[in-house]
Design a protein around this ligand. Structure first.
Ligand SMILES: Nc1nc2c(ncn2[C@@H]2O[C@H](COP(=O)(O)OP(=O)(O)OP(=O)(O)O)[C@@H](O)[C@H]2O)c(=O)[nH]1
Length: 773
């Protein structure tokens, strides 16, 4: 016995994990098999741990469901079901703590019920004595505290243990002033468990003992049974061996048997010490009792079989056992013992052994079978719930994955398409550049050829003075510049605008196509407010004619000066009007001081002109001064062509001179000026035509680049958005994956719990489990 207490204490705390509980319980299994009461605690602990794990598991599931967004793949019903399971577990765990083994003692008054209980507790806990002593139901249960106390059933107020004699004792003089208690009322006696004392093991192992008033006193069995007996595991009928079963006692058990199916009933033939005085017929008396009790248990109550009944009827003397146990503890000096007390003591111990086996097995079955079944049901529900959520989560995941795949495909396609578009764009712009080059240069040269007509349109009175000519030239330059610029703008823009617009439109259409539906609007916004392209052309005629020097003096076409000018113009690639009138003085330097850049060119040009002039004049002087040479040349020519040809040539030369000189008036000067101006400008324009064309190409390319950059920026923004969307989708998939993993873990735990429940059932609930007799 001494090992029992230590084993009870060695049981793991109820908060330990189930596996540890199982493990440690395996260690105590052998001891527990011999200690039926310990087995109840062990079963309670194991099942309690399973419930604890189940509670944790359901809590985890609830937390997972809470983290999942509303209306996602967990329905409101599924959430509500998990909450309901959680509440059920809490309720069961609360009742679980109160689960115990309950034995109810019945019998006529003074048969020794209280004495038997005290004997089993090894202590005089309940009042006992001659006559009617127990006036209400007294329930003895273990208390963790060192000092015991009393409590009325419906009142949590603690009452001093000393009052037990007054409240529970029917004969007490002092309970007349206490609140009137009906016979079916309950007084709970919380007796210290005395965990260091092995005698108190009934209370230490959650056995609750209920003492009742004598059945002969009250006919209100139904209310007794309803109030106090429905959760009883074992009934002990304490009978008086000196008499036989009364009808009242029988009636009570018949009612119990009606209300509870197959109650466990023990019959104690108490006061068997009286048989010590009866030496004769004692065996017959015993036989008679046995026959009647057997008949009552097997036939009338039908609560046990013929085989079992021998372990249900005992002939004992509770008084002897109590007193011997009190003496053993040193609480009394002398114990009452009649002859044959040893046999009765053994019989009492035999009763206790069978009682303990019976109450433990019965309590485990009645209390824990239902809990086990309920846990099974709840795990089943939870698994169904979880499986359906897992299926929905898997569907959701596959939807998200498909969507991600599609989005990734669209994204990659968009990127590839845009790269291709960029290449195509580069090719197109090169083509456009060539087209612009062709068109603009053609237009420019055409415009040069139309310079005549433009200049002819300039109708301003011509003033032949120096100031008048300067003003005339300036106005003419401004006029021509205006006409040229607007003509060229109109020609170039008109010819290329539709081409550029079509190209831009194609670009827009293409990019619109490579973007998916929701992003197309963004492009629309960029495109909508785009102004149409227009070439901005500035010929800047005033600058081109800056070095224009009109030559309005009469100059014979075949005169030496004119010839030199033409030669210089030809040699230097300058318009003849850019050659200074005074060939030996580089005036251009002085006239154009503002324009520093042009000064450098002008200096070089003027110096070259001066050098060329010097060279030609030197040659002419050499010819003129060298009379010998002239004579030689004249002689050769005279010899070769004759004097008539020389005379005709001289006459023609003089005629031409006279004709030109006659036509030299103001109108001729204006025409001459315009012609010189045109010729100068045409030459200059040809020089700048490449720069001009290049400028227009740059404009067109810049326009295209602007459109392209706008599209690129928009598509870049769209790509960023798409990438963000992909990231969001990936995060969602990760979240669903994590939820699926967690749900999988919870499901695994649930399966593990089911296995524990099966193990529990096979260990404790099956008829062939070790505790079963
Ligand atoms: N000789 C003898 N006397 C006993 C035995 N058991 C109990 N008594 C005595 O019987 C008297 C009544 O015992 P209780 O234990 O109070 O009887 P009870 O059935 O509890 O009576 P109520 O409380 O009135 O219902 C006491 O004086 C006991 O000492 C026994 O086995 N032998």
């Amino acid at each position: 016995m001494s090992g029992t207490t230590s084993l009870v204490h060695n049981l793991p705390a109820s908060g330990d994990s189930n596996h540890r509980g199982m493990h440690s319980l395996k260690n105590t299994r052998r001891a527990a098999d011999n200690e039926p009461l310990l087995r109840f605690r062990e079963a309670k602990k194991v099942l309690g741990d399973v419930y604890g794990e189940l509670k944790e598991n359901v809590g985890e599931l609830e937390a997972v469901y809470k983290d999942i967004k509303e209306n996602d793949f967990v329905s409101a019903e599924q959430r509500a079901e998990v909450e309901a399971i959680r509440d059920s577990i809490k309720t069961i765990m609360d009742t679980f703590q109160r689960d115990n083994m309950k034995v109810v003692f019945f019998g006529r008054t003074s048969n020794g019920k209280s004495t038997t209980i005290n004997a089993m507790l090894h202590e005089k806990v309940l009042p006992q004595g001659m006559g009617h002593t127990t006036c209400c139901f007294l329930q003895v249960e273990g208390s963790e505290e060192e000092v015991g106390h009393l409590q009325l059933d419906d009142n949590p107020q603690r009452i001093d243990m000393q009052m037990l004699g007054k409240i529970g004792h029917a004969l007490s003089d002092e309970n007349s002033d206490l609140p009137a208690m009906g016979q079916d009322s309950l007084l709970r006696v919380f007796h210290p468990k005395q965990t260091n004392s092995e005698e108190c093991r009934l209370l230490q192992n959650d056995v609750v003992i209920l003492d009742s008033p004598g059945v002969d006193l009250s006919p209100e069995f139904d209310s007794w049974i309803d109030k106090h007996c429905l959760d009883a595991d074992v009934f002990v009928l304490v009978s008086n061996a000196e008499s036989t079963l009364t009808q009242a006692e029988k009636n009570f058990f018949l009612r119990v048997a009606k209300k509870l199916s197959k109650p466990n009933v023990f019959i104690l033939n108490n006061r068997w010490d009286a048989s010590a005085a009866e030496t004769e017929n004692i065996e017959e008396v015993k036989k008679q009792h046995l026959t009647r009790f057997r008949h009552f248990l097997v036939d009338e109550l039908d609560v046990c079989s013929e085989r079992e009944v021998n372990d249900r009827i005992f002939f004992v003397s509770s008084r002897e056992v109590l007193e011997s146990r009190l003496k053993a503890r040193g609480l009394v000096q002398k114990a009452y013992q009649a002859e044959g007390h040893g046999t009765r003591a053994l019989e009492f111990q035999n009763f206790e052994r069978h009682f303990e086996q019976c109450i433990s097995r019965s309590a485990i079955h009645t209390k824990f079978e239902a809990h086990n079944r309920r846990a099974h049901e709840m795990i089943g529900k939870m698994r169904l719930n979880l499986n359906s959520v897992l299926t929905s989560a898997a569907d959701q995941r596959s939807k998200l994955q498909n969507s991600l795949n599609e989005s990734t495909r669209v994204f990659n396609e968009c990127r590839v398409n845009f790269t291709q578009f960029e290449q195509a764009y580069r090719e197109q712009t090169e083509r456009l550049r060539a087209e612009v080059h062709l068109k603009v240069s053609a237009d420019f040269f055409e415009e040069i050829s139309r310079l005549d007509a433009i200049i002819d349109r300039f109708e301003q009175p011509f003033d032949g003075s120096n100031v008048g000519i300067a003003q005339y030239k300036q106005d003419l330059a401004v006029f021509v510049d205006k006409c040229l610029s607007s003509d060229l703008e109109a020609r170039c823009t008109g010819g290329l605008m539709s081409r550029i617009w079509n190209l831009e439109n194609d670009m827009f259409q293409y990019v619109t196509k490579i973007l998916s539906e929701p992003y197309q609007n963004k492009l629309e916004e960029v495109w909508r407010y785009r102004a149409p392209f227009k070439f901005s052309i500035c010929v800047d005629v005033p600058a081109l004619v800056n070095d224009f020097h009109e030559d309005l003096e009469f100059r014979f076409t075949f005169g030496l000066h004119a010839m030199i000018r033409r030669i210089i113009a030809y040699r230097s690639g300058q318009p003849v009007t850019a050659i200074n009138a005074n060939l030996l003085t580089p005036l251009a330097l002085k006239q154009n001081e503002k324009n520093v850049v042009r000064d450098a060119d002008a200096t070089a040009a003027a110096e070259e002109q001066a050098m060329m002039t010097q060279m030609v004049l030197t040659s002419a002087a050499f010819l003129a001064n060298g009379s010998l040479g002239v004579l030689v040349v004249g002689g050769i020519v005279y010899k070769a062509v004759g004097w008539r040809v020389i005379a005709v040539g001289g006459a023609a030369y003089a005629g031409l001179y006279a004709w030109e000189r006659m036509r030299w008036n103001s109108s001729a000067k204006e025409q001459h000026l315009k012609e010189q101006f045109r010729s100068h400008l045409a030459a200059r324009m040809q020089q700048v035509s490449t720069a001009h064309t290049h400028h227009c190409e740059t404009q067109a390319i810049r326009e295209m680049d602007q459109v392209f950059d706008g599209l690129k920026a928009t598509v870049g923004g769209v790509h960023r958005e798409m990438k963000n969307d992909l990231d969001v989708e990936k995060t969602q998939i990760d979240a669903v994956d994590s939820t699926i993993r967690t749900l999988g873990t919870i499901k695994g735990k649930a399966v593990f719990l089911l296995r524990n429940l099966e193990q529990f059932a096979s260990s404790y609930l099956r008829s062939d489990s070790p505790s079963s007799p």
